[in-house]
Design a protein around this ligand. Structure first.
Ligand code: SF4
Length: 166
């Protein structure tokens, strides 16, 4: 697999990892990717356990009735902009468990997913590629947010100017 070109990192996006109903296969590969053997941190990401500090949300495993609320809550606690990566076919579609009575499907059944990393289990190279793409997308969204905030503040100034006429 061709790994995406290393992005230019202007700040270190923080990465939150949540293991849903996975068999732990993908979970172990995510941990291998983040630790020094594969060392995803060389691409500028920093692992965190705090959703309120996180920029990239990495989810393994399918969604069931027990973890759906947790995944949604973690996502909602993350500040904007944010990027979601589904790791492994279970997180992408429900995978081999998708017809089980308690599985409702992939991560996209509860939150919007930006990047899908295939594989059963997903290989560290593929996970790192997903992280690199997530960093690029995150940087793009930060830039868009800065521009949007600038437009909004200009509009607020404009509102102030015309407010006496209202
Ligand atoms: S994709 Fe495969 S290895 Fe990963 S959680 Fe599902 S069954 Fe396990």
């Amino acid at each position: 697999m061709k790994v995406s070109k290393r992005p230019k990192v202007k700040r270190s996006p923080w990465l939150l990892h949540y293991d849903g109903s996975s068999c732990n296969g993908c979970d172990i590969e995510v941990l291998a990717s983040l630790t020094p053997v594969y060392d995803a941190e060389r691409f500028g990401v920093e692992n965190t356990g705090d959703p309120m500090q996180a920029d990239i949300f990495l989810v393994t495993g399918g969604i069931n009735s027990q973890n759906a609320g947790v995944v949604k809550q973690l996502y909602d606690q993350m500040p904007r902009p944010k990027v979601v990566v589904a790791v492994g076919v279970c997180a992408c579609t429900g995978g081999v468990f998708k017809d089980c009575y308690n599985i409702q499907g992939g991560v996209n059944t509860v939150i919007p997913v930006d990047i899908y990393v295939p594989g059963c289990a997903a290989r560290p190279e593929a996970i790192i590629d997903g992280i690199v793409q997530a960093v690029k997308l995150f940087e793009k969204r930060v830039k868009q947010k800065v521009e949007w905030d600038a437009i909004q503040s200009e509009e607020t100034e404009y509102d102030k100017d015309i407010s006496p006429l209202r």
